[in-house]
Design a protein around this ligand. Structure first.
Ligand code: GDP
Ligand code: MN
Length: 388
């Protein structure tokens, strides 16, 4: 789960980490009010994405009036950044933050290092909006410092990070404190990423987090109701949100073949085989091992609400899941929703004969496939003639 920059900064501040003064505004007048006590200031679009600076989502205001004008334009717009995809993210709030006189920008983050089964500090003296370019062209400028989760953060790891950034003794102390607090926050709140880009050295020689991104491990959210309260559904893909309410594993993609599959492995294999035959999947969708008729219907609704979907490929291997249950859900959903696009079905496994019978007896024009490859080919063919 992602949160907004202003929320991430509030969390960092609660752990004693230095962030610029700032407050969130949901209207232009609120931005004016806040800016009246904080000028010059920066107005920052609050969306779940980085790359805002380059996309016009970070602007300097020299007066409260200017802050109001900028906020007026930002609020309600859809910000498209390098990270959002073409659909962008709606700007529902802006952060009004005291402008900082920056001497130098650094990159600093903590994330999970699954290979070392621990955490890792990632630090670079080349921070700021060009960090992706640095990673691509000059990766040795980005240094990793592993932290043990059992032993926790050690001062010498912080000193090493300070060396990477080239900090003096005073700032080194600030960085060691900051990394200790970040590690504590990371572990206590089950984060998956805390990223400060840029961390800056101010003209008056202080370390300050100018930007902050915090992501949380979805599987641990059940033990953090305070974190769940920070969720902003307006920033999430509507289909992915609906899927999560029905306990479906769904990831929206760009193609035109909607996939309904049981099991994550089979879902991956289905996407691969569609690609292999020259098609393009519209999504990853795993209805799980214990799907009910209701969940199959919910899955269909999500696939059909995607305007890019021109054909649906149902690929089921009935192990725990029985083919007749899937077939029942499929037939009900198709009837109730008046599906007008082609559906290709490949069923195999437990109760497959009963499942096929339900489909054949339904009178619906469902294209049946003999195996996965056959199904993928038929779905690709059907998508060419499906709705525009
Ligand atoms: P991002 O583009 O979404 O990562 O947004 P950031 O919050 O990182 O802002 C982008 C860039 O704007 C930063 O790298 C800074 O160079 C600049 N910036 C943001 N706030 C300030 C500020 O208060 N003072 C100065 N001088 N620059 C700022
Ligand atoms: Mn940034």
């Amino acid at each position: 789960m992602k949160i907004h920059e202003y929320q991430a900064k509030e969390l960092l501040a609660a752990y004693g980490i230095a962030v610029p003064d700032g407050k969130v505004a949901r209207t232009a007048d609120e931005a004016f009010e806040i800016a009246s006590a904080m000028c010059p200031c920066v107005i920052k679009a609050q969306v779940h994405s980085g790359g805002r600076g380059k996309a016009g989502g970070v602007k300097l205001a020299n007066s409260p009036e200017e802050a109001r004008d900028i906020a007026q334009k930002m609020l309600g717009m859809t910000l498209v950044t390098k990270q959002t995809g073409a659909e962008g993210r709606p700007v529902r709030s802006v952060l009004v933050a005291a402008a900082v006189e920056v001497d130098k920008e650094y990159y600093l983050s903590i994330t999970t290092d699954s290979q070392r089964a621990g955490l890792v500090i990632v630090a670079s003296a080349a921070g700021g909006t060009e960090i992706e370019e640095t990673a691509a062209k000059n990766p040795e400028a980005i240094v990793q410092i592993p932290i043990s989760v059992t032993e926790g953060f050690k001062t010498y790891e912080g000193i090493r990070a300070a060396q990477v950034l080239g900090l003096d003794d005073l700032l080194q102390k600030q960085l060691v404190f900051m990394l200790g607090a970040m590690t504590r926050l990371y572990l206590e709140k089950d984060c998956s990423l805390i990223e400060i880009n840029p961390l800056v050295k101010t003209r008056d020689n202080r370390l300050l987090c100018l930007d902050a991104k915090i992501n949380f491990d979805d599987n641990a959210l059940f033990r953090h109701p305070d974190v769940l309260d920070l969720r902003d559904f307006s920033q999430e893909d509507a289909k992915e949100y609906k899927a999560s309410c029905s306990d479906l594993n769904y990831v929206s993609l760009e193609g035109d073949i909607g996939c309904l599959v049981n099991g994550a492995g089979l879902a991956m294999a289905t996407m691969d085989i569609i690609k292999n035959f020259g098609g393009s999947p519209a999504n990853f969708l795993d209805v799980g091992g214990s799907a009910t008729t209701e969940r199959v219907k919910a899955a269909f609704e999500i696939l059909l609400s995607d305007k890019n979907v021109r054909a649906i490929f149902v690929n089921i291997f009935g192990g725990i899941m029985k083919c007749d249950i899937i077939a029942e859900g499929l037939v009900q959903a198709t009837r109730e929703m008046g599906v007008s696009i082609p559906i290709v079905v490949r069923l195999e496994g437990t109760n497959v004969d009963a499942g096929r019978k339900i489909i054949n007896d339904s009178g619906l024009s469902i294209i049946s496939a003999s195996d996965m490859a056959d199904g993928a080919r038929k779905a690709i063919e059907a998508a060419k003639g499906g709705r525009a």
